[in-house]
Ligand binder design. Sequence first.
Ligand code: ADP
Ligand code: MG
Length: 437
Amino acid sequence: MRSAQEIWEAALGELQLQVNKPNYRTWFQGTKGIAYEDGRFTVAVPNTFVAEYLDRNQRSLIEKTLIGLTHNPGITVLFQTGGACPGRAAEQEEAAPDEDLQRLNPQYTFEKFVVGPSNRLAHAAALGVAQNPGKCYNPLFIFGGAGLGKTHLLQAIGHAASNRHLKVLYLSGERFTNDFVDALRQHRMDEFRARYRSGDILMIDDIQFIGGKEQTAESFFHTFNEMHDTHRQIVLSSDRPPKSIPMLEDRLRSRFEWGLTVSIKPPDLPTRLAILKAKSEEAGAGLSTDVLELIANEVRENIRELEGSLNRIIAYARLLRAQVTPEIASQALADIGRSQPGDNVEPLLLAVADCFGLTPEDLCGQKRDKQVAMARQVAMYLLKQNGGLSLAEIGRKLGGRNPSTVSHACEKISKDIESSPVLKHKLLSIQKDLELK
Ligand code: ADP
Ligand code: MG
């Protein structure tokens, strides 16, 4: 078994061939492979600026490279800042020795949770459960879109309860499923059962994951009943209400609805501002109200993205050694990430067409000779790589082609690059061309 760092070094070797030198230096140098567990590969990066860039622009390339090296088609990559810094790592090591299974993030507490109309009910219910587990609502089921604070609330319950010396089990639906499958394979079901039924509070984050996984759901059903019968607390989160979780048995669905089901909605403007204010003070950045308003107006649906934009602006200003003015802030948001997916379609088509001695109209038209077909596939591949657009959108941009055609093209080109140095060279020169623009 190779260590995460060994795998990452091999990956860097390959990535070096696939991105140009200045890019490689800017984004990949100083990164480290720090963990590889449960199909998640964690890469430590120097700052959030780099994390965001890699996440948005290089994820698919990195994952593809890691898949090649690990032969694990389900691998996902996570970018973590501060991992390279020993102080931070030590702090995480020490966190909460008596919390079982999955570590709680020390930041996800009730104190740090900003309450507004969009999450007030969920917050109140979570507090109630933390104070009186097993007594008020059982289960508590919290649902809402991505990045709205479900995990934060669950973990806040976990912190509050473990401060009171209750035994808290917190884990994701995915982890529960994996543990179940492992236990089954290793004939350790008794141990599995005992572990999950041993807590005062069992919290499963993203429970929707067990939908369609019959045996796991069945096992969870029994765990649920036992916990419920003995008045121990169950807390669940999901990206949708129980009735909309696909392929979930009715008996489990109805269990989920036994207690209290609450939703979290996207935050309104004052709540977004309050969150930004708190996070900016915490980061010691003390941004002015006009900058905070600018961010709050840009990002409306997702608190994780709200934080991401804030961090990006802070990092950007630091890189430039500039004060954060609204101008700098909008530059930071425009420079990376915030640019609309699809912004670069025209220049990309032009660069591809140029490289093959064609016009963009040829790429989007009906011609099917070999050269045009190849150029079109390259365009599809690069649009996919450069991120942001779905297969269907790429198909539309290229004269109304099917998503399956696009998908096939992407697979074909990524295979062909391996065997054709000429093609690889062409792609690199197109990329370079685009970066100069
Ligand atoms: P979800 O699990 O719903 O996808 P998370 O709980 O992971 O969302 O929240 C995403 C990020 O936003 C986290 O960093 C979290 O701390 C932050 N966050 C979410 N809601 C709030 C809130 N009400 N106050 C402060 N931070 C929040
Ligand atoms: Mg979550």
